[in-house]
Design a protein around this ligand. Structure first.
Ligand code: CTP
Length: 399
């Protein structure tokens, strides 16, 4: 039996010169046991014929949204539903841009928008197009949404120049897909609670005290933990991010609500990752009616919110506890103090004064401090990559 036996792969082929390599990708996926359904863009058909893919995969090939549906399996929603993974190789700059903003104007983009399956994209294009900031921004946005990007290789490109942009060899792409799909489920059977976003503390029916956290880090952790097989509860403050796939969500507003949601499931949890930016203070009284302006000062009295993580540290049993430390100075000193005081297994410290990392951006640059005194410093990386590192550290400590 092949390593991909029983897997259903939707292979999206877009119109770049590397489209011919997708034939070998389809062939290798099928040899590995997968059922391969090819969707081509209209442009891709200029490079390779539908017939080639039909012969290679033994399945109908879709291009047109409006073609007469011979088999219900090729209807876009059906393909979106049956896919265990959607692989787009090669992915042109155009498809990266379209998918990053959610355009759905053909069979492939419609399927991508409708699927809940993981998406893997292998960009291939001219180096200048690849390096163009707008393409990089689109790739960053896709990564932030959990799309796996197979980096293009460097080398001699069809357009005659040397540089990054070449589609990796089909054998490498199939290896990456296989690793993704058969990846060891590091956290299967584990229950993980993740908190994300900022809490908001009401002042009156229309106003609140809040902070700049968007939830990106916590959502990335929750998504990755689910992908690694964990049962995940995500307790989230207000956030515009989509619900991570396969994750149970509890939406809260205040620190007290977040504490109650975490406490309710703490006993059975194997790990708690507190990435939320919890408000340390709340208005002592919440006005029942909208506060009207008047001459002179308006003074609010604030009272302390509980330190949720400290409370969890006090009751710690089998649970692994991971905290975050958002600092603007004396990073190591403050982070180590929090690690000890809150009884954590490790703490993820970041300098939130850096413009390119931390709050409300896709990247983070952190240092981890462990209970035994060790520390590890990481370069700037996407929040997805950081989520993987954090979960690997947790998995190591659970085994
Ligand atoms: N945290 C918490 N409850 C709070 C405040 C923070 O559980 N009321 C958690 C955060 O989710 C984070 C860690 O504690 O994992 C550290 O948060 P941070 O804001 O950096 O530190 P504080 O403990 O609030 O300390 P300070 O604001 O004085 O730096």
């Amino acid at each position: 039996m092949g390593s991909l036996a029983g897997k259903r792969i939707v292979l999206g082929v877009t119109g770049g010169i590397a489209a011919y390599k997708a034939v070998e990708i389809a062939s290798r996926l099928r040899k590995a046991g997968a059922e391969v359904h090819v969707i081509m863009t209209r442009e891709a058909t200029e490079f390779v014929t539908e017939l080639t893919f039909r012969e290679i995969t033994g399945q109908p090939v879709s291009v047109d949204m409006w073609q007469k549906v011979a088999n219900f399996n090729v209807e876009h929603i059906a393909l979106a539903n049956l896919a265990d993974v959607v692989l787009i190789a090669p992915a042109t700059a155009n498809i990266l841009a379209k998918i990053s903003v959610g355009i759905a104007d053909d069979m492939l983009t419609t399927t991508v928008l409708a699927t809940k399956a993981p998406i893997i994209m292998a960009p291939a294009m001219n180096t200048n197009m690849y390096e163009n900031p707008v393409t990089q921004k689109n790739i960053g946005e896709l990564k932030a949404r959990g799309v796996q990007i197979i980096e293009p290789a460097a080398g001699h490109l069809a357009c005659g120049i040397e540089g990054k942009g070449r589609l990796p060899e089909p054998v490498e792409i199939v290896a990456a897909v296989t690793a993704f799909m058969t990846g060891k489920q590091l956290l299967s059977g584990k229950k993980i609670i993740v908190t994300a976003g900022g809490t908001i503390e009401p002042l009156d029916p229309v106003r609140y005290l809040g902070n700049r956290s968007t939830g990106k880090m916590g959502y990335a952790i929750a998504q990755e933990a689910a992908r690694q097989g964990a049962e995940v509860l995500l307790v989230s403050g207000p956030s515009n991010l989509p619900n991570p796939v396969g994750v149970r969500m509890v939406r809260i507003q205040t620190a007290l609500e977040m504490q109650a949601a975490v406490q309710a499931e703490y006993t059975e949890a194997d790990a708690v990752i507190m990435s939320a930016a919890v408000a340390d203070y709340r208005p002592k009284t919440v006005a029942r009616e909208k506060i009207k302006k008047s001459d002179g000062k308006l003074v609010f009295e604030l009272e302390r919110n509980p330190d949720i993580l400290y409370g969890l540290g006090q009751q710690k049993g089998q649970q692994l506890l991971v905290g975050f430390a958002a600092e603007t100075c004396h990073l190591e000193e403050y982070a180590r103090k929090k690690l000890v005081k809150k009884n954590l297994d490790f703490i993820v410290a970041n300098d939130v004064s850096a413009k390119d990392a931390g709050f409300a951006v896709d990247n983070n640059r952190v240092q981890l401090f462990f209970r035994n005194g060790d520390s590890e410093k990481y370069p700037l990386m996407s929040k997805q990559e950081l989520a993987k590192i954090i979960l690997n550290k947790i998995a190591e400590r659970m085994s």
